[in-house]
Design a binder for this molecule. Structure first.
Ligand code: SF4
Length: 101
């Protein structure tokens, strides 16, 4: 069971690297070594840490993290404030979820 309604990913080609997203929703967004931001799932919400950084798990459009129900508003706000307009929020889709790894 996914226990979420939304999924989120970042188009790294458009990310400006300012970090506004992780200031607003640090449980979902984090900086990668090359200065762009990626999405993640963390233990306190999902029981395990998974970073969609292209190494641990796919990045870009295949690196789709579940959005915890308790912070939906924060993630939507991050997408609205993102200067690169590169935070993509989608309805949860089981087929996409199954293809992540
Ligand atoms: S707010 Fe957008 S542009 Fe800024 S670091 Fe996050 S994803 Fe990148």
């Amino acid at each position: 069971m996914a226990d979420t309604e939304l999924m989120v990913w970042i188009d790294q080609d458009l990310c400006t690297g300012d970090g506004i997203c992780s200031e607003i929703a640090p449980d979902v967004f984090q900086e990668r070594d090359d200065g762009v931001w990626v999405v993640k799932e963390i233990t306190s919400h999902w029981g395990a840490d998974l970073v969609f950084d292209g190494e641990q798990a796919p990045d870009g459009s295949r690196g789709v993290a579940r959005v915890p129900m308790g912070i939906l508003d924060e993630v939507v706000e991050a997408a609205e404030e993102c200067p690169g307009e590169c935070i993509m929020i989608e309805p949860f889709d089981q087929e996409t979820f199954d293809k992540r790894t």
